[in-house]
Design a protein around this ligand. Structure first.
Ligand SMILES: NC(=O)c1ccc[n+]([C@@H]2O[C@H](COP(=O)([O-])OP(=O)(O)OC[C@H]3O[C@@H](n4cnc5c(N)ncnc54)[C@H](O)[C@@H]3O)[C@@H](O)[C@H]2O)c1
Ligand SMILES: [Zn+2]
Length: 666
């Protein structure tokens, strides 16, 4: 290939990857590989300036706008950051700075590099007016409504703020928040998200702000733009931003030399795993804002800042075999069994291969040397194959056609990535998985029955579905491995006690696909008992708050199944709770009868939940949003201005916490 063809083909390839990453939030190569390719292009372009193109991915911010939001032109451009990987790179950077500034002292602020999606938020007179994604750096998507749902983003500033400025930050998911989202998906038998960064970025671009509000997004802020007259240094502006109410992480550090920068980097290279979120490096910024201005920007990056990227936590090892796991919903997950290797402080033996497409895309084969990376996910993943080391007799991986557990021919529905074993009634891991889900802590909470015991019970023919648990006798379980008198007693007791578990949890325990904890609660609250739910048809179901098409169809098909109906009848006979308990006992008055009240903001005497409970205790109803049917809004501090405006417009009375307490006491 001649040089110009190579350059053009690299540019095309990188543009496609940028699109996958920034617009689709679905990259098909690892960041490491992307950075390698970009670096290669950079080197080629430097060697061959005759092929310079201002539209090259080396010269432009990688993202672009989508067509799903209004496009907004940034008043102040949004840049990317130059990358560095070594101390030498940073020493070179300082030399370049000093060439411009002359031989003056330069102070730096070191910050962590948060791994999420960039955002620019404009404030006017202390009020949030707009939030826009980086897009191509010149213009981005207006995602104001989505950003307003993030609790750490202030809608109204405090203190002494400049009349108008932009604040720049990163929208991220904490590791805990990400795990929580994934647990909920696993609970309903769905495939978990692949990493926090892409999930955060994808969440930002959802069309439905109510959906965004459910995601535990955070906004970490790191730059004030367009208010340089108010501050002399970057460090001061960060301090000020904190005082205005922004979440500015306090790991940032003002230092006086590159040596101190190296110390900061070394410290965080090892301590970053203690942080509640992911960071992929450190950002070093010139502290003095006049110096920043003198340095200015290139087409793509500010000259006064640079990112130092931590080495990707990546190792290579040998793929020894591929096994296939069958989940409780019948979904097949291929798992790579690796030659054990040390990675990010743990020994890794297995890695996820996701699905057939992923195996095909990687062209990964048993015996290959593979690269393994640990991102936000709990289980590491294979990101590439070292093709140079592949032996001549290696054979292409054939995805299994039959269930490894029961031999049934697997199916794959159009549009779904996962293969499924359709043998719902007889495939052992599906049966065992459903029982395990049923007894789990958030469901029936049956103690003393670990996964292994369930398997034993099943293998010994004692249970073949969750209803059978209630027929178990102590004499039957006693002979099982590791069962003693006491543990058998505990188990029997725990099974007995589960009959008191509330309806909403029983509903969750049934394992209806897509019916997780929250949905089960909603359904229980709405239908009050299982018979009403069983009779609800599709059109009725989708009218329930938060129940969509997918869930409604799944519920219908669950209750159409004769086998499931039999199980439910048996569970009813054993005395499980299939209706919400009448809560009459807590109702103390009917003062609020017929009133629908919306509670919003922060309170002092009571918590928000306590206020909601009081409303019910006094005979009222809690509404989730302000509508024409709302009778009263109980407003705490920090109630959103949009809500306030809506309530005022609709002429709905607004009570403060004190008003509310007075009403209770009157
Ligand atoms: N795998 C793929 O297909 C693919 C495609 C495109 C990009 N990428 C990856 O995306 C990254 C490049 O993206 P980029 O152009 O956004 O650059 P970048 O993420 O490396 O750096 C720029 C961004 O860092 C963010 N940032 C975080 N903390 C900051 C702080 N304290 N101060 C200032 N900025 C901070 C800002 O949002 C800024 O826009 C690379 O890691 C690349 O590998 C991957
Ligand atoms: Zn099977």
């Amino acid at each position: 290939m001649d040089i110009s063809t190579e350059i053009v083909s690299l540019r095309n390839e990188l543009n496609q990857h940028n699109y996958n990453y920034y617009v689709l939030d679905n990259p098909t190569i690892s960041d490491f590989e992307f950075d390698q390719k970009l670096k290669k292009l950079q080197e080629l372009e430097e060697k061959h300036p005759e092929f310079f193109d201002e539209n090259s991915p080396t010269q432009r911010v990688g993202g672009s706008i989508t067509k799903n939001f209004n496009t907004v032109v940034h008043e102040n451009r949004m840049f990317s950051l130059e990358n560095s990987y070594s101390q030498e790179d940073l020493i070179d950077w300082e030399k370049r700075i000093q060439k411009v500034l002359g031989n003056v002292a330069v102070e730096y602020v070191c910050e962590l590099k948060y791994d999420g999606a960039s955002i620019s938020i404009t404030y006017e007179n202390g009020k949030l007016v707009r939030a826009v994604t980086r897009g191509d750096g010149f213009q981005g998507d207006d995602v104001t409504n989505n950003i307003k749902t993030i609790k750490s983003v202030p809608l109204q500033l405090k203190g002494n703020y400049p009349p108008k400025f932009d604040i720049r930050g990163e929208i991220i998911l904490t590791l805990a928040g990400f795990e929580k989202m994934n647990m909920e998906l696993v609970d309903i038998g769905e495939t978990p998200y692949s990493n926090p960064r892409n999930t955060a970025s994808g969440s930002l671009k959802l069309q439905n702000s109510a959906e965004v509000a459910k995601r535990p997004l955070e906004c970490l802020l790191y730059n004030i733009v367009g208010a340089n007259n108010y501050f002399n240094t970057h460090a001061n502006s960060l301090e000020a931003a904190r005082s205005f109410g922004f979440k500015v992480p306090n790991q940032s550090k003002l230092v006086k030399s590159l040596d101190e920068v190296f110390q900061f980097i070394n410290y965080w290279d090892t301590h970053r795993h203690d942080l509640p979120y992911e960071t992929d490096g450190v950002v070093i910024k010139v502290n003095d804002l006049f110096q920043q201005e003198e340095l200015g920007n290139t087409a793509k990056n500010p000259r006064w800042a640079i990112a130092y990227k931590f080495k990707a936590e990546q190792v290579s090892t040998v793929l020894e075999s591929i096994s296939y796991q069958v989940g409780r919903t019948g979904a097949i997950t291929p798992v790579a069994n690796l030659k054990p290797v040390q990675l990010a402080g743990t020994i890794v033996k297995r890695a996820s291969l996701h699905n057939a497409d992923q195996i095909e895309k990687l062209d990964v084969r048993v015996g290959d040397s593979v690269f393994v990376e640990k991102g936000g996910e709990i289980i590491p993943k294979i990101i590439g194959v070292d093709f140079t080391g592949r032996s001549a007799d290696s054979v292409k991986t054939e995805y299994i056609a039959d269930c490894p557990e029961c031999g049934t021919v697997l199916v794959r529905k159009p549009g779904e990535a996962q293969h499924y074993c359709p043998n719902f009634y007889e495939c052992p891991p599906q049966i065992i998985g459903r029982i395990e889900h049923f007894i789990s802590r958030k469901a029936m909470d049956i103690d003393g029955l670990g996964g292994e015991t369930v398997t034993l019970l099943y293998k010994n023919g004692l249970v073949s579905n969750y209803a059978d648990l209630y027929e178990l006798k102590k004499e039957q379980v006693l002979p099982l491995e590791r069962m003693a008198e006491k543990s058998a007693d505990n188990l029997m007791k725990s099974i007995e006690q589960s009959k008191e578990i509330a309806f909403e949890r029983v509903l969750f325990a049934l394992g209806i696909r897509f019916v997780g904890e929250t949905v089960a609660k909603k359904l229980a609250k709405h239908y009050k008992n299982i018979d009403a739910l069983m009779q609800a048809d599709y059109s009725e179901l989708i009218n329930v708050d938060e129940i969509g098409d997918k869930i409604a169809l799944s519920i219908r098909s669950f209750f159409k199944d004769e086998g499931n109906l039999q199980l439910i009848n048996r569970l009813k006979d054993y005395g499980l709770q299939f209706a919400v308990e009448a809560k009459e006992s807590t109702q103390v008055s009917n003062k609020f009868e017929g009133m629908t009240m919306v509670v919003s903001g922060k309170f002092e005497t009571f918590s928000r939940d306590e206020i909601k409970q009081k409303i019910e205790d006094y005979g009222g109803k809690n509404g989730s949003s302000i509508t024409g049917k709302t009778s009263v809004v109980v407003a705490g501090a920090d109630m959103g201005p949009a809500k306030l405006e809506k309530a005022t417009k609709l002429g709905i009375p607004i009570w403060t916490e004190d008003d509310f307490i007075n009403q209770l006491n009157n």
